[in-house]
Every structure is written in C-alpha cells, then in structure tokens.
Design a protein around this ligand. Structure first.
Ligand SMILES: Nc1ncnc2c1ncn2[C@@H]1O[C@H](COP(=O)(O)OP(=O)(O)O)[C@@H](O)[C@H]1O
Ligand SMILES: [Mg+2]
Length: 289
C-alpha cells in the first residue's frame, strides 16, 4: 500500500499545516489553505528523500571550516552585488518575475559568464525546446562551448543529469514545468513545485552545485508562484520592469548569503540585457533626451 498523508498548504506563503483552518497560521492570510494528499505514486520507488547519500554524521564545531564559502563572481557586478558577492556553491537561488520580463535572458547571460572562464553550465529547459534556447543564445551572443542544454521536465532525470557530471552551475527554467513522479499533481501545482524545489535544495547542498530556478509570477491561482518557494530556497531575486521599456531591476528579497536590500539595474535591448552600473546617470540621461 502506498503511504498517504494529508496536509494543508497555504497557496499564498507555502506554509504547511496539519489541520485545516480559515486563516493560515504562518502568514495570516484568509481562506488560502488547500488540502493535499501527499502519496508516493509507486510503492518502493525511490522516495523524495532518497537523495540523501547515507546517514549524515555530526561534526565537531571546532572542526568546521570558518572560511566563508568561496563565491564564483560573474562578469556583471550588478549581478554579483545582488547575489551577495557572487554565486555560492551549493546554493539554491530563485529568480522570479512575470512572463516576458527577461528571466531566461538574464540566466543565459549568467550561464555564458560562467562558461566563458572554462566552466560547464547545465541549462535545463522545460518550457522551450533546445532549438529555441539556442536561437536566444545566438541573439544574445552567448554561444559558449561550455553551456549544455537539456530539455527535460522529469525531476529524476534532472537530478540524475546534475549529479552524474556536476556542472559549475545548473539552471532550471522553470520550476513550474518540473514534475516529481513520486508525488501527485500536475506540473505547477503547489505540491509539485514545493517538493521539486525541496529535493533540488538537498541535491545542491550534497554535491555543492549552485542551482538557479526560474519561477513565474502569475495571478492564476492554479499555478504555484514563487511565493510558495520563498521559505525553501536560500536566495530570492525578483526581476521587475515594464516590458515596453528598457529598464529592468533585479531585487534581492531574501538572501542567506548576503544583504536582502540590494538591487541590480539592467537595460533590455534587441541583443539581450546589459548591466547599468550607474543607474542615476542613465536615468538622468534618458530624462534629458
Ligand atoms: N528579438 C527579440 N525576440 C524576443 N525577445 C526579445 C527580442 N528583443 C528583446 N526581447 C526581450 O526579451 C523579452 C523576453 O525575455 P525572456 O527572457 O524570454 O523572458 P522570461 O523568461 O522572463 O519569460 C521580451 O519581453 C523582450 O523584452
Ligand atoms: Mg523564460
């Protein structure tokens, strides 16, 4: 018999409750708790926690290195600053934003900046075909030999691909297209989005690979938005901007490895994004014309 448990998840904050209540005990929103049956689809199938290799052992506090995790700096300081000084190995970073704002574009630029220095980057696309991603990379001028594409939705296949040959950076575009066969629900549901992200978090920490997740912000309640993930991931960045205008702001909303007050400024053009290191000058310049 497959094990089945019932839980209530807030569609607003992603908080979990064992009992139904009119008000979410975590974020106090009203009527947001939804019932979920969490059940392993196949008895004996590799469970969602099976990623943890062996039993973890306690380490003496004094034996733990006090050095800050070495960060991988990207070509753009606007991006490094928002990340808290670069990419931290083993971190799980959510890049949220409305469809079309430029999330895939931003992450392709980041991929190229890692690959440019000889690193291997795995770009996993569940939304666009490998050809579409290549066409974007051509337009952005980011056809780096170190970027590898995988068009995949299945979480088992994604985890296998990341762990069998760990890249310097893995990008998953988007978390709403990933499905863990061990759980019920279609891609984009609260359960799928939460469980997939939680498993990717464990994988990132185990093998020390940083993973960037794209998360669409959507008003449609049927699709779980990035807010459901905010408490799972290490870092939450939101890309904001008016699609009809050039300016894009990348805002840190949460960062376990840096300040959550930082913003980075970029400009979107035909050839993709450019960093805007001195936004006040750029704004004054555009106001003067
Ligand atoms: N020739 C172009 N083709 C497609 N998108 C372009 C082009 N030139 C600029 N863009 C910009 O790229 C945006 C799409 O970015 P994308 O990274 O696909 O967004 P997201 O991944 O957030 O949905 C468009 O909204 C537009 O601002
Ligand atoms: Mg996209």
């Amino acid at each position: 018999m497959p094990k089945s448990t019932i839980t209530f998840i807030c569609t607003d904050c992603g908080g979990e409750s064992l009992r139904w209540a009119g008000q979410c005990p975590h974020c106090q929103a009203w009527n947001t708790l939804q019932e979920f049956q969490v059940r392993k689809a196949v008895a004996g199938k590799r469970g969602p926690r099976a990623n943890t290799a062996g039993a973890s052992k306690p380490v003496a506090l004094g034996d733990i290195s006090s050095e800050a995790a070495p960060r991988r700096r990207l070509g753009w300081d606007e991006l490094n600053r928002v990340l808290g000084g670069g990419i931290v190995p083993g971190s799980l970073v959510l890049v949220g934003g409305e469809p079309g704002v430029g999330k895939s574009t931003l992450l392709m630029h980041a991929a190229a900046q890692v690959a440019h220095h000889g690193g291997r980057v795995l770009y996993i696309s569940g939304e666009e075909s490998a050809q579409q991603v290549r066409m974007r990379a051509e337009r952005l001028g980011t056809l780096e030999a170190g970027i590898f594409l995988l068009a995949e939705n299945d979480l088992d296949a994604i985890c296998e691909s990341i762990s069998s040959d760990p890249p310097l950076l893995a990008i998953i575009d988007s978390i709403q297209t990933v499905t863990d066969a061990g759980f019920e629900g279609s891609a984009g549901s609260v359960t799928q989005v939460r469980e997939s992200a939680a498993r990717l978090m464990r994988l990132a920490k185990e093998i020390g690979v940083p993973i960037f997740l794209v998360g669409h912000v959507t008003k449609d309640g049927a699709i779980a938005g990035p807010r459901v993930l905010e408490h799972i991931v290490d870092t939450v960045l939101y890309l904001e901007g008016d699609r009809r205008q050039e300016l894009r702001i990348l805002r840190a909303m949460k960062n376990r490895f840096g300040s959550a007050e930082e913003i980075g400024v970029f400009a979107m053009g035909e050839a993709g994004l450019e960093e805007v290191p001195d936004p006040s000058a750029a704004l004054l310049g555009s106001a003067a014309t």
